[in-house]
Write a protein that binds this ligand. Sequence first.
Ligand SMILES: [Zn+2]
Length: 242
Amino acid sequence: MTIIEALVDLQEVDGRIRELETELKDLPRRKALETARLSGVSADLQAAKANHEYAAKRVKSYEEDAKALREKIQQLKQTQMGLKTNKEYQDFSIQIDLVNHDLEATENNAIAAMDDLPGAQARIDDAQAKYDSEKGGVDAFCAEIDERIAKVKAELDEAMKERAEKAKAVNDPKFMLYYERLRTKRWPVVSALTHDGVCDGCHLVQPPSVGQLADANAKNGEAGKPQSIVACTMCGRILYRA
Ligand SMILES: [Zn+2]
């Protein structure tokens, strides 16, 4: 195997590693998006519950007021029974009427407030149903993502082992160093030099000297002689004659 062939082999594994790493970065993001969407639905449910709580508090408050007014009327009536004069009795009747009027208004308010409750409860039920159904979907989606993450990690471990083997096969430190340096900036690192003399990585037409070097390299490879690094004059990719 020539050094270029060994590099192309290594590059094939590195290509898979790159894809797996990209996916591994992307998967948690997709999970976070789904979870965020669910927390929006959850916020709707919380708001519906708060709204119901507020409506129920209003009802309770009017009911308490009505109870206090009824007790007040009871007291007034009891006091009224012990009164001696007609004038005092009539004064109390007027007071009792006034309180009765308040009571009626308060009871009407309580009834009106109670009318809000079924709607508020329906809003909770709707929000709860939506949350339950969304949560089921999101949980299943997240479980799938977790499974995929585990699978990608396992594949990545395998690929890294394979890479170590392939890297050993590139037994020329000069080539290896060049490849490793360029790998973070350019991908792929090793590109074909087309028959038109174009770098397949950046598509720049190479000077004839580059084509001659690439041809010589190919011949050296066939003859089992050492190969040299032929690089694109524009992007620096390692070029080989396809
Ligand atoms: Zn190039």
